[in-house]
Design a protein around this ligand. Structure first.
Ligand SMILES: [Zn+2]
Length: 532
């Protein structure tokens, strides 16, 4: 596979070597070769952006530093930025260019609780104990999109190409809490196609239904009456009793659900202290099923069980607040084919011995096979292959966007295979050369696909035709949020407030340090021999 990587380094010859992967338009082909050089020349900017956002480590709805920084870079580069879109303070839309086609590039920006972790360190090492961090790698996607957009923009200016590039962040993806609201606010109204990007340990490109589930997440709040729990319990009504009864009723109900469902909950308010009968209590459910009708039925079942639990405990069901929602994503076939051809053309990053030592060290620490970093681009996945390859059934609110406008998600290789996801270990590679190289490779694929859509009207019309005559032929998008539901902009506010000042001391300062690793004084890679 080293040979394959050296071929990539020869860039110019690659299209010819890969035969069918060249585009039939020689001008487009030449410009794609130029994109590779242009993005490679922005390697310093890639490293800075990836490291900077990593150091912010902000949780969903509280991505204030991240949004200020990323939207600021776009503004400095001639984009017009609209902030606070859809009533979400950290959401924004940046646009540049004129006329059609309008192509949007999106990626998530939020972190994971308790995943603060020193990069390049194959052992648990907090930067700030207890703090959030990028234990999902969401620090890399918008930087990737910015690199792609800037490279394509330069070409559009010089070649006088019409078209509009739009960038947008996925806010609070971990709570699936923003994209349905962006759709409802009309953010994608005039968009012809959307290219999303998500970190992975390989190039994963597919079309058709994703092996994911639709979701509604909601918090059920109960109200009771407080009383001395020993002195006069007969005067109290326990809201916690209602929460516990709702949870155990759900477990009885689970026997009668279809096997494909996934549902889980946490108690976000269980009262203050044992000697006070809890006057308030709350339980947060994630409800997942295959489609709109099934997930809506689950939500209605949950509401009925909540009312019954209130009634049985002489409390009241105070509010049911929808926090997040997601349709099962469906990716556009013509765009996925074009994107995959570009991924084959770009090839995998040229990993070196340090990258492989880092990856193997992390894999051994996690008790996984130490196979190192991946070296080849896998084939384009059909819906059937994607289902077979799937080991889990999560949800992603990019689904709502994919049912609004022809879309594809580019999974790009910027992390280590074998990490569990949503975990501090997933942050180890995310401010190291593994992430920097993966972002450059991903940006090239994204930029080439963006240029395909700008320069080849047939790809845009084929994508629309697939969207209309195949994808939405029998399925019509209806939001899972009600007209009265509003974004939960308060999410994670307390958690961020608790850690932000301590985290601020560790924000990356590129004016003083070459890299974030240099600022933290960590050698790349650091693999302790005795793994705890
Ligand atoms: Zn994610």
């Amino acid at each position: 596979m080293q040979i394959a990587n050296r071929v990539v380094a020869l860039g110019l010859f690659l299209p010819a070597l890969l035969g069918g992967q060249t585009t039939s338009d020689p001008r487009l082909d030449r410009l794609k070769t130029e994109l590779v050089r242009s993005i490679d020349s922005k390697a310093k900017l890639a490293q800075q952006m990836v490291d900077q956002v990593f150091s912010f480590g902000e949780l969903g709805m509280q991505e204030t530093e991240t949004s200020k920084y990323l939207a600021g870079i776009l503004e400095q580069n001639g984009f017009t930025v609209e902030r606070g879109v859809a009533g979400i303070p950290t959401a924004w839309v940046a646009r540049w260019g004129h006329g059609s086609p309008v192509i949007s590039l999106g990626s998530d920006i939020d972190g994971i609780p308790q995943s603060s972790q020193e990069p390049a360190m194959a052992a648990r090492a907090w930067i700030v104990p207890g703090a959030p961090g990028h234990g999902e790698g969401h620090n890399s996607g918008v930087p990737l999109n910015i690199l792609a957009a800037l490279a394509v923009k330069d070409i559009m200016v010089r070649e006088k190409l019409a078209g509009t590039i739009m960038l947008w962040p996925g806010v609070a993806e971990e709570q699936l809490a923003s994209k349905a609201f962006l759709v409802r606010a009309g953010v994608f109204k005039d968009v012809d196609a959307n290219l999303f990007a998500h970190v992975s340990d390989e190039f994963g490109i597919s079309w058709g239904d994703e092996p994911a589930l639709s979701l509604i997440s909601a918090i059920f709040k109960f109200k009771g009456q407080s009383a001395h729990a020993a002195g006069a319990p007969w005067r109290g009504k326990s809201a916690l009793d209602a929460v516990m009864l709702m949870a155990s009723s759900w477990e009885f109900h689970r026997e009668h659900m279809e096997p494909a469902q996934r549902s889980h909950y946490v108690i976000t308010d269980g009262g203050d202290q044992p000697n006070v009968v809890p006057s308030t209590a709350a339980i947060w459910f994630y409800l997942r099923e295959r489609d709109y009708d099934r997930v809506t039925k689950m939500f209605n079942d949950a509401k009925q069980i909540a009312s019954a639990a209130a009634s049985a405990t002489f409390t009241t069901l105070d509010t049911v607040q929808v926090i997040g929602s997601a349709w099962r994503p469906h990716f556009n076939k013509p765009i996925a084919e074009a994107m995959h051809a570009n991924a084959v053309r770009v090839g995998m990053p040229a990993w070196d011995d340090n990258d492989q030592a880092m990856a193997r060290g992390v894999q051994r620490m996690m008790g996984q096979p130490d196979s190192g970093l991946r070296a080849a681009v896998p084939p384009l996945r059909s819906p059937e292959d994607a289902a077979k390859a799937s080991t889990g059934t999560g949800s992603d609110d990019i689904g709502d966007v994919t049912w609004t406008v022809p879309s594809v998600t580019l999974y790009y290789p910027a992390n280590i295979p074998g990490t569990p996801g949503h975990n501090w270990a997933d942050g180890i590679a995310m401010a190291t050369p593994i992430a920097h190289k993966g972002v450059l490779a991903g940006a090239k694929v994204q930029a080439m696909t963006l240029l395909d859509l700008i320069m080849a009207p047939k790809l845009v019309s084929d994508a629309k035709s697939y969207f209309t005559t195949v994808q939405t032929k029998t399925v019509r998008y209806r939001p899972l949020i009600a007209a009265t539901d509003q974004p939960a902009t308060w999410l994670n506010a307390e958690k961020m407030a608790k850690y932000r000042e301590e985290m601020r001391k560790f924000y990356y300062d590129p004016s003083k340090y070459e890299t974030y690793l240099q600022q933290l004084g960590i050698k790349y890679p650091t693999v302790p021999t005795a793994v705890p």
